[in-house]
Design a protein around this ligand. Structure first.
Ligand SMILES: Nc1ncnc2c1ncn2[C@@H]1O[C@H](COP(=O)(O)OP(=O)(O)OP(=O)(O)O)[C@@H](O)[C@H]1O
Ligand SMILES: [Mg+2]
Length: 342
């Protein structure tokens, strides 16, 4: 993509940030891969299809969910988000479906659930991979029947919502392992959107930095408004494991801490200037054993391929079985039991 792109809530991509935009879902990007994704989002939004958004933490999953809502016919109706991983089962159920008065100790009044308050709009189920089997069954019934039961309630209540879900787990693998219901998986996953990690779209970094410096909470400070070319170079080298959220936090801190108008390399946090686990092949390091070097290299390969063991093994020139054995040996197997699709 040759031009800088900013997607506005309900218009085509534009080269300007619309300062009067009320809905606030601005998706800043320049990369081809985000361009493709947003084209897909535009097409999907107008349908009522359920969308599953996959991607690492901080890649903008919720932002995309909001953009889909805003571009759909449901815009103007509620967008209600619930974090499925944040509550234990019984609380989550009453949070999601509400409860009748007296349904349980402490239920002094009737309470509407989030599904009901999203009626006509979009229900965003964040961290859906964390749902317990009991709630999975109730959610599936809701999606099939279009009706809910409040906890302690006898009568079904019609609720019309569009479902957008998100997870940073590889849900397909969870289905395979029997942790996530296959029928529910197909219900929530008519369309899948993969949010690429920031290290795969570094072209977006300069625009994002400028956006966060121009529009962040600390923009009133008359410093840290611009970034020097050298500082930008350092930030482009960094891999951003926490993705856009990490970049946003760093920009905020830079703006507060920088001394002058322009951010210099010396203003950057140490971990960004000198990311550790750097493997230098032209230098011999007496403190680094071959075992440790191999371990780091293999883990690097896995993170490069978003935990995809088949692709990592291929690139490393070893069999998948060897890779599994190594991971067991390092005690890292569980950390890579599931992977994020690119
Ligand atoms: N392309 C983008 N343009 C502007 N801001 C962005 C972009 N992508 C993400 N952000 C901002 O980065 C932050 C993280 O995004 P978001 O919360 O959508 O990520 P997430 O994938 O849901 O993260 P998590 O997995 O941690 O919940 C938010 O403040 C969001 O507004
Ligand atoms: Mg999120």
């Amino acid at each position: 993509m040759s031009t800088d792109n900013i997607i506005l809530p309900s218009s085509q991509s534009n080269t300007q940030i619309n300062p009067t935009s009320s809905q606030g879902t601005l998706i800043i990007y320049k990369s081809e891969v985000m361009g493709q994704l947003l084209k897909m989002v535009e097409r999907v939004a107008t349908s009522d299809a359920s969308v599953l958004v996959l991607g690492e933490s901080g890649t903008g999953k919720e932002l995309i969910a909001r953009a889909i809502h805003e571009k759909s016919r449901r815009t103007g109706k509620p967008f209600v988000a619930i974090n499925c991983g944040a509550l234990r089962e019984s609380l989550l159920e009453s949070e999601l479906f509400g409860h009748e008065k007296g349904a349980f100790t402490g239920a002094y009044t009737k309470k509407l659930g989030l599904a009901e308050s999203a009626n006509g709009g979009t229900l965003f189920l964040d961290e859906i991979g964390e749902l317990s089997p009991g709630i999975q069954a109730k959610l599936l019934r809701f999606l099939q029947e279009g009706e809910i039961y409040r906890v302690g309630g006898k009568d079904p209540i019609q609720v019309d919502v569009r479902i957008i879900s998100a997870t940073n787990r590889e849900l397909e693998a969870e289905v395979m392992k029997g942790n996530f219901r296959e029928d529910l998986y197909y219900r929530i996953n008519t369309i899948t959107a993969h949010m690429p990690p920031l290290r795969r779209r570094k072209e977006d970094v300069p625009m994002l930095i400028q956006y966060f410096l121009d529009r962040g909470q600390h923009k009133h400070l008359n410093r840290g408004r611009a970034i020097s070319e050298d500082a930008l170079k350092v930030m482009l080298k960094y891999d951003w494991p926490g993705n856009i959220r990490e970049l946003q936090n760093v920009c905020e801190r830079l703006q507060i801490l920088s001394e002058g108008h322009t951010i210099m390399p010396g203003d950057l946090p140490e971990n960004i200037r000198n990311p550790d686990q750097k493997i230098l092949f032209d230098d011999y390091d007496p403190s680094l054993t071959l075992y440790e070097l191999e371990r780091r290299y293999i883990l690097k390969a896995l993170s490069y391929f978003d935990g995809n063991k088949t692709r990592a093994a291929q690139a490393l020139g070893i069999t998948i079985k060897t890779l599994y054995n190594k991971l067991h040996e390092y005690g890292e197997f569980d950390n890579f039991a599931v992977h994020q699709k690119p």
